[in-house]
Ligand binder design. Structure first.
Ligand SMILES: [Fe+2]
Length: 272
């Protein structure tokens, strides 16, 4: 099972460049085209939030329209830049999420059970995992204890060591979330928000943060007095592969800088 993991497209309402410089529409279109050209094709795509830059319903609708060009089912969760109701209206509702205050739902029918979680609060600088959503998650895990679970949400559940990012992290319910997912031996948690590829282990559960399809935050400024040092990079996404027999998840970062197209034209070489 191949899973395309797309995050943080940050579309603007009218398609104008984000911050006046980042062409987010083109970046998302390129990522969608790259995923659609994969052989074999992924079975599902997951979008871990910030479909929009300013929360606009028009931007969410345009993001949904562009993502609907994907040749496989796709599922989204809101990010801190989104308005949850706009994302739900454009992308959902998904089974089970319609009545909840948050946008969390289970997706069955794949070798992995996909559990969408939502730590957004309406305040872009505050995230939380409310007790009611933790109870909902506990029920989902209890109803299928043998099924391998892949959870996805916008906010990474770990601290990065980058102060301004960690201040926007999940302030409540994070420990309880980790206990639940560890107890179930969740395969991994997929997230975004950082605009930088990062991995972590949290409560013994692997966490994989995808890059933004649109722009990149370099988090390499530690010790320099600069926590963020660059905002430009090729569009990218992550391709995950779940081997059900081996119970193994492998994850490949893909950046679109022309090389992917070159590789397709090149003759296969048996050597790595
Ligand atoms: Fe973002």
């Amino acid at each position: 099972m191949l899973i395309a993991h797309v995050s943080d497209p940050h579309l603007t309402a009218d398609g104008a460049p984000m911050h006046g410089v980042v062409d987010t529409d083109t970046a998302l279109a390129r990522v969608v085209a790259d995923i659609n050209a994969l052989d074999p094709l992924p079975g599902v795509a997951l979008v871990t939030g910030d479909l929009t830059h300013d929360g606009d319903a028009a931007a969410a609708a345009r993001a949904a329209a562009m993502l609907s060009a994907l040749r496989m089912p796709w599922f989204a969760v809101p990010g801190n830049h989104d308005r949850r109701d706009a994302v739900r209206a454009a992308c959902g509702p998904y089974p089970g999420d319609a009545a909840a205050a948050w946008m969390a739902y289970a997706v069955d029918g794949f070798p992995l059970r996909l559990l969408a979680l939502d730590a957004t609060t309406g305040d872009p600088f505050r995230a939380a995992m409310p007790p009611a959503q933790l109870a909902w998650l506990a029920d989902r895990l209890a109803e299928a204890p043998e099924r391998p679970v892949l959870a996805f949400l916008h906010h990474p559940p770990f601290d990065t060591g980058i102060g301004w990012l960690d201040e926007m992290g999940i302030a409540e319910g994070r420990h309880e979330l980790g206990v639940l997912l560890r107890r179930h031996a969740a395969v991994a948690v997929l997230c975004g928000h950082l605009h930088h590829p990062m991995r972590g282990a949290w409560h013994g559960v692997p966490v994989l943060a995808a890059p933004s399809v649109a722009n990149r935050t370099m988090l390499s400024g530690r010790g320099t007095g600069l926590e963020t040092v660059a905002v430009s990079a090729p569009p990218g996404y992550v391709l995950h592969r779940w081997d059900a027999a081996a119970k193994t998840l492998t994850s490949e970062l893909r950046f679109l800088d022309g090389h992917a197209e070159d590789w397709r034209r090149a003759r296969p070489d048996p050597a790595p």
